[in-house]
Design a binder for this molecule. Structure first.
Ligand code: PLP
Length: 390
């Protein structure tokens, strides 16, 4: 496997381990522990003289290592770790690299905001939550000495775009590491490490898993930074199960074709909704009149399958639209083959107070869509007929 192979090729082949039977995929080592022929052999692994398998919770399992090698390759990273969920990945990252303080810039998944606002301060870790409109205050906050800057781009659910290169430049000049949650874009549309980030963060539950049938998380970055996170994962017991790792590997082989199709369909849906009289705003970075379209173009090679519509009406009107959709499933999450619709107010950002949501630009009449694998024309027809009910 060459480093310069195209992403599609690496999705299929990177990390795969052929067994003696010739299986084209890494087998599932569905075992919690591994046996040794002698104590001397066991000590070779325990004391690090030989890379071997030992205990699945430690991540020392061939199926887990295989998917990690594939994931590292997809983000052009030296190393990767997989976790039981995206939140497990984030919390291990925050404990390992954010102990002097964590800055979260802009909107993020509601669970991330809650973890940073409510839990981390309880264990004495300072957190600084800046709104997207307060990005200009980053340097002022960095002077307080936080060790980690974290952000999503595009963000959840308002699809803000942050300038990865510029934020990395500023943060690094204060000695802070930068972790970018690349869940919405996926490595197909955005290569965050090559734009300067230190660590890529993923909820593998979304595009990487891609079939709404697994829960997982991943971190990718330089070996040294990832090795610091590994003991947190091990001792907090956050490792991904081997069956899930195999399912994730299965999904990653088709990641580019899925994401490219979702990019195209989301673009078509966004364009179809742009001039609809019942829609006040279409938040999609691929629209030329999207305020941050040029910035998005400068760091993304595709614009993703996530878009947010603001309905001309109340929260109840948005509910009426959602409830009238036939193809879109009313559900949180994203990245699967079936298109989903959700009101951030009732799901992903339910935990925020109405004031906090408003401050973050998350309005009651917003509907967030994850565009799946259905035909664009069918999704557009479904939206048109649901909007007729207003
Ligand atoms: N990051 C983003 C952008 C998300 O949307 C989510 C979940 O919705 C998470 C992280 C958390 O991932 P998980 O649900 O796999 O823990």
């Amino acid at each position: 496997m060459k480093k310069n192979h195209d992403l599609s090729t690496r999705c299929v082949h990177a990390g795969e381990v052929r067994d003696a039977e010739g299986s084209p995929h890494t087998p599932i080592y569905n075992t919690s522990t591994f046996g040794f022929r002698s104590t001397a052999e066991l000590l070779d692994v325990v004391e690090g003289r030989r890379q071997g398998n030992l205990y699945t919770r430690y991540g020392m399992n061939p199926t887990i290592r295989s998917v990690e090698a594939k994931l590292a390759s997809l983000e052009n990273a030296e190393s990767a770790l997989v976790f039981a969920s995206g939140m497990a990945a984030e919390s291990a990252l925050f404990f390992a690299h954010g102990r002097k303080g964590i800055v979260c810039l802009g909107n993020a998944y509601g669970g991330t905001l809650a973890l940073l606002a409510d839990q981390f301060p309880l264990v004495g870790i300072p957190t600084y939550l800046l709104l997207g409109s307060e990005a200009g205050r980053l340097e002022e906050v960095l002077k307080k000495g936080p060790s980690l800057v974290f952000f999503e781009t595009p963000t959840n659910p308002t699809i803000e775009i942050f300038d990865i290169r510029e934020i990395c430049r500023i943060s690094h000049s204060y000695g802070a590491l930068v972790a970018v949650d690349n869940t919405f874009a996926s490595p197909v549309n955005q290569q965050v490490l090559s734009l300067g980030a230190d660590i890529a963060v993923h909820s593998a539950t979304k595009y990487l898993g891609g079939h709404s049938d697994l829960t997982g998380g991943a971190l990718m970055g330089p070996k040294e930074l990832i090795e610091t996170i590994a003991p947190w994962r091990k001792n907090l017991g956050q490792t991904m199960a081997p069956e899930v790792a195999a399912l994730l590997s299965r999904s990653l082989r088709t990641l580019p074709i899925r994401v490219e199709r979702q990019n195209k369909t989301a673009q078509a849906v966004a364009e179809a909704m742009r001039d609809h009289p019942k829609i006040t705003r279409v938040l999609y970075p691929g629209l030329p009149d999207f305020p941050q379209h040029e910035l998005a173009r400068s760091q993304m090679s595709g614009f993703g399958g996530m878009l947010t519509l603001e309905i001309d009406g109340s929260a109840e009107d948005a509910t009426k639209v959602i409830d009238s959709l036939e193809l879109f499933i009313i559900a949180p999450s994203l990245g699967g083959p079936e298109s989903l619709a959700t009101q951030p107010k009732t799901t992903t950002h339910f935990g925020l107070t109405p004031e906090e949501r408003l401050k973050r630009g998350i309005t009651d009449s917003m509907i967030r869509f994850s565009i799946g694998m259905e035909a664009a024309k069918d999704l557009i027809e479904d939206l048109h007929s649901a909007l007729k009910n207003l």
